[in-house]
Design a protein around this ligand. Structure first.
Ligand code: G3I
Length: 421
């Protein structure tokens, strides 16, 4: 309703009396309320998030009209931050972090280790210097964003035909294939966990719910790195090609990823289609597969302003600010289905923050009252000590070295014990 329309209606209201005024006023308030609430983050009250990315390296002022999770499109890539060795440019990432924290929505750091958009200078270094630089990059990101909610630790490790998506040229510095076949991936996760005990650590890749080779490779790799002690928390399926795949196939491919036991994020979904009607149909076919899959915990669409997206035709918002039909449908669909199945309801919450999956802030001491079994693990899940005790408090002498350790009492998580200098 325009401002002049509202003034005219108010003037007419003044001419009416009693019940008539009440009814009309209530109706007007209802209209305003509906139009207001329908503009607030589509999935705000749902039990999964629906997010989006930055636009041309900035957060659009209307972001919260639709989305309740944010990923920087390019700002937190290593090449963007450290294009010049040891000169860090955090401006774009700071904007995202501040926006997310101010508005209490989760954000994701994308990405730490990737065979694309890494700084060119790294390839000229010795392996030892490469590893030192990778550690510096992890440290710098951690120092700046110790509380980031989610991190794409490793991105696109599957080697696609033609090498478009490939492991980074510094993979040997991270341990190469090693005994697990994927030591460089496992080590990346261990290095991330050492810095971020609480963040959700994600393996993120292209085509892993779309095309058979990638679909089959991913659980094999995930299981191998888990066996090697990698603290991987979730799988990110980018879903750039999901628009080409039958819904039933998408569903069964998500099942295959979920067989690893990990939750799945849909991280970069987009529908490249400049025709409104067919983009709408694809959205109607594909989005419900993600929304209704119990192992999917959040969905991020990759771009929303027409003309400002990576691929042509993926935008959901016209440049004049009107919604393309796929976006209007999405908004209404989520509003009508706020409670999709979610097997990991506390994994990610709408507020900044993630409900901790455990009380994982280092704490101590941990005490067992009475007799029982006390088990101590390092953060890679390796058992350090197992002892039957009675009224026993853990003390630092039980730990092999400085660090954080998970304590289980009688088979149940009891806390994190930190041994410090
Ligand atoms: O920053 C330079 C700028 O200085 C220069 O003038 C301009 C000229 O082309 O290029 C700018 O860099 C571009 C960069 O985006 C920032 O806008 C690159 O050319 C362009 O290739 C780059 O594209 C990004 C692409 O990743 C790179 O691989 C897309 O915006 C981004 O949407 C896309 O996102 C990736 C995800 O990170 C990972 N999964 C796949 C997805 C699509 O490729």
């Amino acid at each position: 309703m325009t401002t002049s329309g509202f003034i005219m209606l108010s003037a007419q209201l003044k001419r009416l009396k009693g019940v008539q005024v009440f009814i009309l006023r209530s109706a007007l308030a209802g209209i305003l309320l509906v139009s207001f609430t329908s503009q607030a983050q589509m999935a705000k009250n749902a039990n999964k998030f629906v997010g989006n990315i930055t636009t041309r390296n900035a957060v659009r002022s209307d972001f919260l009209t639709w989305w309740n999770q944010i990923t920087p499109e390019n700002e937190s890539k290593w090449a963007t931050v450290e294009g010049t060795r040891d000169v860090m440019n955090w401006g774009g990432v700071d904007n995202v972090k501040n926006f997310a924290e101010t508005n209490k929505i989760p954000w994701k750091f994308h990405t730490l280790v990737w065979g694309s958009q890494y700084p060119g200078w790294i390839t000229g270094l010795s392996q030892a210097d490469q590893l030192a630089e990778i550690n510096e990059w992890f440290d710098a990101a951690h120092t700046r964003y110790p509380n980031v909610n989610m991190i794409d630790v490793v991105n696109e490790a599957y080697e696609a035909n033609g090498g478009k998506h490939a492991p980074p040229p510094f993979k040997a510095a991270l341990g190469g294939t090693g005994t697990s076949g994927y030591d460089w991936i496992a080590n990346s996760f261990k290095m991330a966990r050492q810095r971020w005990p609480k963040a959700i650590l994600i393996y993120n890749d292209y085509n892993i719910i779309e095309w058979a080779n990638e679909v089959n490779w991913t659980p094999t790799m995930i299981n191998a790195i888990k066996k090697a002690g990698a603290p991987v928390d979730a799988i990110g399926a980018q879903a750039h090609d999901a628009y080409r795949i039958a819904p039933a196939t998408l569903k069964s491919n998500i099942d295959k990823l979920a067989a690893t036991g990990l939750p799945v994020f849909i991280t970069e979904f987009d529908i490249p289609d400049p025709t409104d009607a067919s983009q709408l149909t694809t959205m109607q076919n594909v989005f419900p597969v993600f929304w209704n899959h119990p192992k999917v915990v959040g969905i991020t669409y990759w771009g929303y302003l027409v003309g400002a997206t990576w691929k042509n035709g993926t935008g959901l918002l016209n440049t004049n600010g009107t919604e393309r039909p796929a976006l209007t449908w999405l908004k209404n669909y989520i509003a009508s289905n706020p409670n999709p199945p979610n097997d990991f309801p506390n994994f990610v919450k709408g507020g900044v923050g993630i409900v901790p999956r455990s009380s994982s802030t280092p704490q101590g001491p941990v005490t067992l009252k009475g007799p029982g079994l006390m088990e101590i693990f390092d953060l890679q899940g390796r058992m350090i000590n197992s002892l039957h005790v009675n009224d026993r408090t853990i003390n630092a002498s039980m730990m092999p070295s400085e660090g954080s350790y998970v304590v289980k009492l009688n088979g149940k998580f009891a806390g994190i014990f930190a041994k410090v200098r």
